[in-house]
Design a protein around this ligand. Structure first.
Ligand code: AMP
Ligand code: MG
Length: 494
């Protein structure tokens, strides 16, 4: 007999039945593999050839439940755009099971777009090709950039047409995550005053993600502390690469600190702190500049959910939680400051560095400079010689604004005791040449949807896999959109 396709080792199913609904994916009419992430498959210890076989494709599409799988939809709640929704849950995703990867890390294997579940509310449980490709591209780009994220193992067409604004090709994304536990999972049980469930969930998360918290005198406080730090670090990463998540609801906030639930997300081209892409974010709640305070707010919700575990005395619980929550801002600034330091090519931090970085960002915003390209081109001129500044200063509406700032920058560079080549090499690792620019993502989706042409998707993925390398011949992926190519809005597509 064949070995199992997946060596599942499931732990979420050990939690009580009120944590999830058990059900298999709903089969689809005509599964077709669009892409398999082979390096990731190998990292998960999977047999790539077998995944390409009819058996593999049927399994990835949800038509066949593999041996050892215990499929389920997770229950959770959440604050969506600030409004409480007591029951959300996986309305179109099925967790097949958990795998241990080559590094010994436990990973969820989830099918997104796998059909209706008890949590589907009015939805059809399905996903469509455009958003599946967007999530595949952006999550894999984030991974290559070094930003914690869920991963994409495979994208499939279902052979079905899905009704949205029009009929669109149905698709399934096979997603891999450290776990799918969200702030909203804790809030689900906290709202029901189900303290037993909260404790079981917290213990599960500690054992799975933060075992050192178990050794603390106060493990649940240690859990709060480490989750705050991971989120502060994650959002700092986002700010440093110009990523705008677009739907930072508490149900989209991962306890493991990964970027999760890619919807109307986008990378900024022209730098402006107020930038919003999501078509549903009318008030700009999740604008670029608001991401740190929103993360802080979401974590305050996590702290509130944990209160019953922190102390039997409610006032004492609030006091300890508040103390930890109040560290968010400083932690974010520390992570973000370190990152900016590297982006500017500065060595050990000195007083005035934050102001120097802020002055550049202000200057970029005023002069509509491209975020990614400005920093990348600065790598080429991080010396005392300003003769070759043309390509950078030309990104600023008023190039002299850059010149003026660069005087201060170069003076500051002199204070570091390192060679130009060392600095340049370090800057190149902090300032990507390639990000998934919105107009290129749209171009890929258009080719796939309209012409059934996946070649642009493959090409974009191959460029984004090496974001810090110059890739001669791939300039069109590095440059900002022409005025006619700018994509102003992105959609959830759910
Ligand atoms: P998202 O915007 O993808 O984070 O989803 C928010 C909530 O809506 C989650 O509970 C999803 O499971 C649910 N949802 C989104 N799209 C669908 C759909 N097509 N069918 C059923 N539920 C959905
Ligand atoms: Mg979500």
């Amino acid at each position: 007999m064949d070995a199992a396709l997946f060596q599942f080792d499931n732990s979420y199913t050990l939690l009580p039945e009120r944590f999830y609904a058990r059900l298999p994916p709903t089969p689809v009419a005509g599964p077709q593999l669009v892409r398999l992430n082979e390096p990731l498959a190998r990292h998960l210890g999977l047999d790539v050839e077998r995944l390409h076989s009819p058996e593999g494709i049927e399994t990835l599409a949800g038509n066949r439940v593999p041996d050892g799988a215990e499929p389920l939809a997770m229950a959770y709640a959440g604050f969506q755009f600030g409004s409480w929704v007591p029951q959300l849950g996986d309305g179109r995703a099925i967790l097949l099971g958990e795998l241990i990867d080559r590094d010994g890390v436990r990973r969820d294997l989830q099918l997104k777009g796998a059909g209706r579940t008890p949590f589907s509310r009015m939805g059809d449980g399905r996903a469509v090709l455009g958003p599946v490709l967007r999530e595949y591209i952006v999550s894999e780009a984030m991974a290559a950039l070094g930003v914690p994220t869920t991963r994409s193992l495979a994208a499939l067409l279902t052979g079905e047409q899905i009704m949205r604004e029009s009929h669109l090709p149905g698709a399934v994304l096979v997603r891999v995550a450290k776990s799918h536990v969200r702030v909203g999972t804790f809030q689900f049980f906290a709202a029901q005053r189900d303290v037993e469930a909260l404790r079981l969930l917290a213990d599960h998360v500690i054992a799975r993600h933060y075992p050192s918290a178990a050794e603390s005198d106060q493990p649940y406080l240690a859990l709060l502390d480490v989750v705050i730090d991971r989120q502060a670090s994650l959002v700092a990463h986002w700010q440093l690469v110009g990523f705008i998540h677009g739907v930072m609801n508490t149900d989209n906030t991962s306890i493991a600190g990964e970027t999760i639930d890619y919807g109307p997300c986008a990378f900024m081209d022209t730098f402006h702190p107020e930038t919003v892409y999501s078509s549903i974010d009318h008030m700009g709640r999740y604008a670029y500049r608001n991401q740190p305070p929103i993360a802080h707010w979401n974590l305050a919700g996590f702290a509130q959910a944990l209160l019953p575990l922190l102390d039997d005395d409610p006032d004492a619980a609030v006091a300890v939680a508040t103390e930890v929550i109040n560290t968010f801002q400083a932690r974010f600034e520390a992570h973000y400051g370190d990152g900016l330091q590297r982006k500017l090519g500065l060595g050990d931090s000195q007083s005035g560095d934050t102001d120097l970085a802020q002055a550049l960002l202000d200057c970029m915003a005023e002069n509509h400079a491209d975020f990614t390209l400005t920093f990348r081109r600065m790598c080429d001129v991080a010396t005392q010689d300003s003769q070759h500044d043309g390509p950078v200063r030309g990104l600023f509406e008023n190039p002299e604004a850059f010149d003026q700032w660069a005087v201060h920058w170069r003076r500051r560079l002199l204070a570091d005791n390192r060679s130009d080549s060392e600095r340049e090499a370090d800057m190149r690792q902090a300032n990507p040449a390639f990000i998934p620019r919105n107009h290129r993502v749209e171009e890929v989706i258009r080719a796939a949807e309209d012409d059934n042409d996946m070649a642009p998707f493959e090409k974009l993925l191959s460029v984004l896999a090496r974001p810090y390398d110059d890739q001669p011949g791939s300039e069109r992926y590095a440059t900002p959109p022409q005025p006619g190519e700018v994509v102003e809005q992105t959609f959830c597509g759910t």
